[in-house]
Design a binder for this molecule. Structure first.
Ligand code: GTP
Ligand code: MG
Length: 324
C-alpha cells in the first residue's frame, strides 16, 4: 500500500458506510474518470451486487422524473434507500434540465435515504453518460436497495440502460402525440413494465388500451414472450405509484424465481467488460495516433497509399496489428 493509495481506499470505506459527502466525492471522481478513480471503483464494485437496478425511460416530458420522485416516496415508507442517476441529454449550450430534475425530485431529494445524481451525456462515447454505471456501483456499495437510472428514450441511451438494468420501465404519457410514444421511439418491446403517466388526464385510458392492444399484437407475433404489465399512474394524484413499485418488485422476484436474474446479471457483467475494453482501446487510440497522423495524411494526399492501408499503419503504430 503506497501512501498515495490511502485516501481513495479510505474514501471507499466511507462510501460503504453510507457517508453522503464521501458518496458525492466518489460520484464526481467516477464522472471525471481517470486512473485515480479506478482503484476505488474496482474496490466498490466488489462490495456491491445487492441493489435492484431499475431503468426508467420514455420520451422527454413523459413524466419520468416526477414519477421517480413518487416511487421514491413509496419506497421510503417501506424503509428502503434509493439512489437515482438521472441522465440528461443536454447539449453543452442549453445547460439542460439538470436543475429541473432536482426541483422535480425536490421533495424527496433531500431525504437522508435518497441520493439523486444528474449527469450530462455530453462527452460520452454514445449511449450512457460516462460514469453512469460506476455511479450505480457506488450507490450499490453504499447500501442503496433500489437504484433508478432515468434516461430519455431518444437513441442509444435507452438501449444501453436496458442492458444495464435488471428491470426496465417505459413511461408513456397521454396526449404527447397521436401514437404511443414507445412505438415511435421503437422502445415498446424493451419494457419489463409499462407505465402510462399523467393518469389524471382524460386521454390516459385511451393510451392504456392502445398500449395493451399493441402489446397483445407483439405477443401474438412472438416479439414479446413474457407478461408485461401496463400500469396507469398519476404523479399529481398519487395514483398507481404503489402498484408500479409493486410491479417493479414483482419483476425482479419473477426473474429470481426463474433463474433469469442470474443470467441477466451475467450479461450485464459481460457487457460492462466489453464496454470497458472498448473505452480503453479508444483512449489508447486517441493517445497513440498523435504524431503519426500528419505523415499518413500526406501520403494519402500524394496518392501513395489507400485510407485502409493508412489505417493499418496507424494501428500498427499504436501496437495493434490488423490483417489487411
Ligand atoms: N397532469 C400531470 N402532469 C404531470 C404528471 N407527471 C408529470 N407531469 C408534468 O409533466 C411535465 C414533465 O414531467 P417530468 O417529470 O419532468 O418529465 P421527464 O420525462 O422527466 O422529462 P425529461 O427529463 O425532460 O425527459 C412536467 O411539467 C410535470 O409537471 C402527472 O401525473 N399529471
Ligand atoms: Mg426527467
Amino acid at each position: 500500500l503506497t501512501v498515495q493509495n490511502v485516501p481513495s481506499l479510505d474514501l471507499v470505506e466511507r462510501v460503504c458506510a453510507g457517508d453522503r459527502r464521501a458518496i458525492a466525492r466518489m460520484l464526481s471522481r467516477a464522472e471525471s474518470g481517470g486512473a485515480e478513480a479506478h482503484e476505488a471503483l474496482d474496490a466498490l464494485y466488489r462490495r456491491g451486487g445487492q441493489a435492484h437496478v431499475v431503468g426508467i425511460t420514455g420520451v422527454s416530458g413523459s413524466g419520468k422524473s416526477t414519477l421517480v420522485a413518487k416511487l421514491i416516496a413509496v419506497a421510503l415508507r417501506q424503509n428502503r434507500k434509493v439512489g437515482v442517476v438521472a441522465i440528461d441529454p443536454s447539449s453543452p449550450f442549453s445547460g439542460g434540465s439538470i436543475l429541473g430534475d432536482r426541483i422535480r425530485m425536490g421533495e424527496v431529494a433531500g431525504h437522508p435515504s435518497v441520493f439523486v445524481r444528474s449527469m450530462a451525456t455530453r462527452g460520452a462515447l454514445g449511449g450512457l453518460a460516462h460514469g453512469t454505471l460506476e455511479s450505480v456501483d457506488i450507490f450499490d456499495a453504499a447500501g442503496y436497495d433500489m437504484i433508478f437510472i432515468e434516461t430519455v428514450g431518444v437513441g442509444q441511451d435507452e438501449v444501453d440502460v436496458v442492458r444495464a438494468a435488471h428491470t426496465t420501465v417505459v413511461v408513456s404519457a397521454p396526449g404527447l402525440g397521436d401514437d404511443i410514444q414507445a412505438i415511435k421511439a421503437g422502445i415498446l418491446e424493451i419494457a419489463d413494465v409499462h407505465a402510462v403517466s399523467k393518469g389524471d388526464k382524460p386521454e390516459a385510458d385511451k393510451t392504456v388500451s392502445e398500449l395493451k392492444s399493441m402489446l397483445g399484437l407483439a405477443v401474438a407475433a412472438g416479439g414479446i414472450k413474457r407478461h408485461v404489465p401496463v400500469i396507469k399512474t398519476s404523479s399529481s394524484a398519487g395514483e398507481g405509484v404503489a402498484e408500479l413499485l409493486a410491479a417493479i418488485d414483482a419483476h425482479r422476484e419473477a426473474l429470481v424465481a426463474s433463474g433469469q436474474y442470474e443470467q441477466r446479471r451475467q450479461s450485464i457483467r459481460e457487457r460492462r467488460m466489453l464496454k470497458a475494453a472498448e473505452q480503453v482501446l479508444h483512449e489508447a487510440f486517441e493517445r497513440g495516433r498523435q504524431g503519426r497522423m500528419a505523415d499518413l495524411v500526406a501520403d494519402l494526399a500524394a496518392g501513395t497509399i489507400s485510407p485502409r492501408s493508412a489505417a493499418s499503419r496507424l494501428l500498427a503504430h499504436i501496437g495493434m496489428e490488423v490483417t489487411r
